[in-house]
Design a protein around this ligand. Sequence first.
Ligand code: 3H9
Length: 696
Amino acid sequence: MSIVSFERRGRVGLILVNNPPVNAISHAVRAGIVECLERASSDDGAHVLVLAATGRTFMAGADITEFGKPPKAPHFADVIAALEASDKPMIAAIHGSALGGGLELALACHYRIARADAVLGLPEVNLGIIPGAEGTQRLPRLAGLETALQMITSGKPIPAAKALEAGVLDAVSPVDADLVEAALAYGERLVDEKAQPRRISEMTIPANDAQSALFAEWREKVAKSARGIKAPLRAIDAVEAAATLPFAEGIKREREIFAECAADPQSKAMQHAFFAERKASRLPDVGRDIKPRSFAHIGVVGGGTMGCGIALACAAAGLTITLIEQSDEAADKAKGTVTSILDASHARGRINDAAHQKQKDAITIKTDMAALKDADLIIEAVFENMDVKKSVFRELDRVAKKGAILATNTSYLDVDEIAASTSRPADVLGLHFFSPAHIMKLLEIVRGRETALDVLATALAFGKAIRKVAVVARVCYGFIGNRMLEGYVREAGLLMLEGAKPEQIDAAIRAFGYPMGPLQVLDLAGLDIGHMLRSQFPADRFDPHAYRVISRLVEQGRKGQKTGAGIYGYEKGNRAPIPDPLTARITREEAEKAGIKQRTITDEEIVERCILPLINEGARILEEGVAVRASDIDVVYLYGYGFPRWRGGPMFYANQLGLKHVRERILHYQAQQGPRWWTPAPLIEKLAKEGKGFDD
Ligand code: 3H9
């Protein structure tokens, strides 16, 4: 089948795009549409035209792999002009998702019909750009400024029903009906009604005194939510052009802003993130021929915050869950946790009545491990202690059916050692969720020495089913994410001792783009967690000074937000950190004891001291094969640790800085701090010498 085809059906002409997997609008698609339009216009029997696509979705946007390459005619603007100029009414027929350039082509058509389960959106801001095929000019004309601003600045697609209500769609067809047939029938109706082309570019947005206030309000709102990403604010400029300029000038303005955004390093970083996320689920030795095992019935051992979060994530994906707690009391508590989270999300309208009930019913809580005898995949989420974990696995080995997969949610411990406590190490692996597990997107899959390939394939399929972004790591202390985190947290602790105030450290890291600074995160997670964990490892693996202040705070019962005080103080019921004189005093005392002279520290040093260790450890992780590729490390940091998406992840950021520069800065801090933590990884030495980056 050709990429774009034309045929006549009754009195309607059908232009069909067929460019799997997502009908991305490549050069061939653009050329094909223009050519088919010419054929359609000269077909006297076709009075109305339908533009539809085959496969799983309508067009999902411009072909992102063509970005940055020399543009080839016909350009997007040519296709759009040709569609809109058609003197035969054009109908776009949408199933799956009409995204970005896909929706923009649909807006160039004169009428739009969609299947009830379709979504429509302009997600360009997620790639650091704005819609560049006239979407910022047509959408507000059709749907009004508010809807357009909401869709374009958030990048979030809207469902068909909402699009119909907003006037973006003219008709919706039932989910079980054939969309193309529905669109052809709609076309026949338009022929009967002698309908004329309805061009959005000819519509006007009524002038309104409140408009400038509306844009000011959106700018203020988006400046907060965009967290350093420029595109959403630039998108407002483009929508404002739609409201204030004639169409022809508006599209010129859109094109200028699009070009500025596309040339910005932010958009390169965000496109990297898009492809990195998709690449992460591919393993060189797990091909499509390796079939995943079943994972319909999930067992979860442990009903704490983590276990309940995992159960909820599974319930949301339609799986059946048996959760095990140790006592009736603990089981009641777990039930309370699960119920209150589901009730809250129901009350907020995130799930409807049916889903609320279904998800509640999906989770059964038991106190006897024997209840896991039919489970396909069992995830242990008990206390982070090797002996405790091993005893759970010995028990699981006894009760689990043959072929069941046994997973540990450990965040640091040796998965091979845990696997060795069972008689079936090939069925064991790590599934490291991030708290709260029903919300955080990242899933680290930890591949043990003996983990079978179909067990890995199952873990990847499971990750996709529960809508996580999964990254595979090999076994080592802390895997990818937490192993790298150690240097980041260590430096934050040392910077405090050396004279940087906690609020300065956190503010510098927020200015770099993280939503929270390292010390705020420690207070949120609980200072006692790391403290307890470090006590399980030989002391000489950690810096002797970095955790002095934290240890003293923990000893005084200041464990973070949960105890009302940690590094910062907190007012009751308020999570805003307040600089605390006690922490300042303890810090001074500990600095003195450690013989560290306090000094003024710049924000630039704070950022380098915290971020360079991430890169350096990332390089070691890559070199050791703990991560398959540099972009997997970026995915871990983007989805699990709040690294700013517009910087692409630590390894992409390092490439942008240049590894030669990275090496020089590490050596600069080596001179200041000594070689223990500040020696460039051999891979950085090598690549810097060769003038290469991590992705080479
Ligand atoms: C744009 O339109 C700019 C215009 O305003 C103006 C231009 C002048 N291009 O996500 P999946 C690949 S910007 C190229 O796993 P799903 C993807 O890499 C664009 N390739 O499937 C993957 O490849 P592989 C605005 C693309 O079912 C495969 O397709 N549009 C594109 O989970 C399957 O993808 C967007 O930002 C693309 N546009 O989700 C939409 N899209 O198999 C981006 C996907 O080799 N796309 N691929 O790994 C999506 O959000 C999701 O892909 C979608 C399907 C929801 C459509």
